[in-house]
Design a protein around this ligand. Structure first.
Ligand SMILES: C[S@@+](CC[C@H](N)C(=O)[O-])C[C@H]1O[C@@H](n2cnc3c(N)ncnc32)[C@H](O)[C@@H]1O
Length: 455
């Protein structure tokens, strides 16, 4: 018997499916329930319905599954926007491993490969070194920041966000303290497209230093904004760099196109494998440093040997992986589309005395082809694309250029599985695959795979 929207029903949750939601059946009709755990008995309200399934949110937890950490908290908001926060950490790892196996079978068509055990994180809270929070008004017209509620653009605030670094929480709380004391800068309203304060972004490093970027709906930095940021800068020694991002557009992108450097250093530094990386406001840099070190080590260990090789670091961000490889390799081509990230990379390589890297600003899908068509030697490629994965034409072009070794780091197992299928058709063998948990408390999964070309 189908259900209808708004109806309340009781349901037993049987398993967790790809995407992290729990699944239960109501008279054989599949119902997905976010924030539920196998073994839960829940009362839910149906919020959407399709032909063959519906989705409901928990209104009451009647009995809790063994892997649930807390009986009192049930909503997305209770767990600070973390869609796996309700599971104990061992269970999070277990399900992530199973979800990778499942997607590799269903999308990748890979059944016979052993998936190496997931690499868990020692730090399971406060690991985020980059945080962006929107501004809003609270119940008493006070300025708050936080996250968007799951099904609305209302902002909810938590005192200490459980994923943000402790320093990020401290900086953001201090900023709100000053803003609420002076009450002279308004909050942006996206419907009316009026008001000033849009977002606050922090980047922090392992030396407990912070960069602050205030995103405002202004064409140039006003006196009030400058005064507020100067006070923030002077009150916290940990803040080493302050920017204002001017964003007057009606857009969901947080950062605007113009970035004004106001106080302190232009970049903050982070160290990996003895190399000091420059990080500026809009450059990609991995969010969880301890896990990043493990991820890179795994990826790099997948090369048969590095010595004397010509390697492309594709989707290179600030050139992190390429620089570590450059210590042993003959030459690294680092390809990245964001100019500021490449500029950070060039600065970093000079400061670290690295001179066997060539930085290319451009689209990987064009630049790899150009490099190879121009007859440059390429022995191996390490890919680390964004969630949408790699373009099919790029993958199909590798075989004819006899690129024997590929290492593929992915933040989206389903596009990794799709790309694996293409590579298998192109005579590559998937040698190994290992998930790494870069984002505890969330359903995000990173995987590293190694492919070799069949002779
Ligand atoms: C997942 S990040 C990896 C960055 C880097 N490997 C690291 O670990 O810091 C993906 C990077 O790919 C870049 N990117 C996205 N699409 C691109 C494209 N078509 N060509 C080149 N770079 C691209 C993004 O700007 C981002 O820096």
């Amino acid at each position: 018997m189908p259900v209808s929207i708004g109806e309340k029903i009781e349901l037993n949750i049987e398993k967790i499916v790809y995407g992290g939601e729990g699944l239960g059946y109501y008279n054989d009709f599949a119902i997905f329930v976010p924030m539920s755990v196998p073994g839960d008995k829940v009362e839910i309200e149906i919020i959407s319905k399709k032909k063959s399934y519906a989705r409901g949110i928990i209104t009451k937890l009647l009995e809790s599954g063994e892997e649930r950490i807390d009986r009192e908290r049930v909503s997305f908001e209770d767990f600070h926007g973390c869609d796996f926060g309700m599971l104990n950490y061992d269970a999070q790892l277990k399900y992530k491993e199973l979800l990778v196996k499942d997607v590799m079978e269903k999308i990748g068509g890979v059944k016979d490969i052993e998936i190496l055990p997931i690499v868990g994180s020692e730090k399971i809270y406060n690991y985020r070194n980059k945080v962006i929070e929107p501004f809003a008004y609270g119940k008493n017209k006070e300025i708050i920041t936080g996250m968007f509620e799951k099904r609305s653009h209302n902002v909810f605030q938590v005192k200490e966000n459980m994923l943000s670094s402790e320093l990020s929480n401290k900086v953001i709380n201090k900023a709100k303290e000053i803003l609420n004391r002076d009450k002279n800068i308004s909050v942006y309203n996206e419907i009316q497209h009026r008001g000033i304060l849009r977002h606050i972004m922090t980047r922090t490093n392992s030396k407990n230093e912070a960069m602050v970027v205030l995103v405002v709906n202004l064409k140039k930095v006003s006196k009030e904004i400058e005064k507020f940021l100067l006070e923030l800068y002077n009150q916290m020694d940990e803040i080493k760099s302050i920017y204002v991002s001017l964003n007057t557009e009606k857009t969901n992108f947080a950062l605007g196109k113009t970035m004004v450097h106001l106080f302190g250093q232009k970049t903050i530094l982070e160290e990996i494998e003895g190399i000091k990386f420059n990080i500026s406001p809009s450059s990609f840099f991995q969010i969880n440093l301890d896990q990043t070190k493990k991820l890179y080590n795994i990826g790099i260990s997948y090369f048969d040997n590095i010595e004397d090789k010509y390697i492309i670091d594709a989707f290179s961000g600030t050139g992190t992986i390429g620089m570590i490889l450059s210590k042993k390799a003959n030459k690294i081509y680092s390809i990245e589309i964001v100019k500021s990230a490449v500029e950070d990379g060039i600065k970093t390589s000079k400061e670290n005395g690295i001179n066997n890297m060539e930085f290319i600003i451009g689209d990987v899908n064009k630049e790899i082809k150009t490099l190879m068509d121009n007859g440059n030697r390429v022995d191996s490629i390490i890919f680390d694309p964004p969630r949408k994965g790699i373009e099919e034409s790029t993958l199909r072009g590798l075989t004819s250029h006899k690129i024997n070794e590929l290492v593929y780091i992915s933040c989206n197992p389903s596009t990794f599985a799709r790309d694996t299928k293409i590579l298998l058709e192109e005579r590559y063998t998937l040698e190994k695959i290992q998930p790494v948990d870069m984002f505890p408390q969330t359903v995000q999964i990173e995987v590293v795979g190694k492919f070799t070309l069949k002779k």
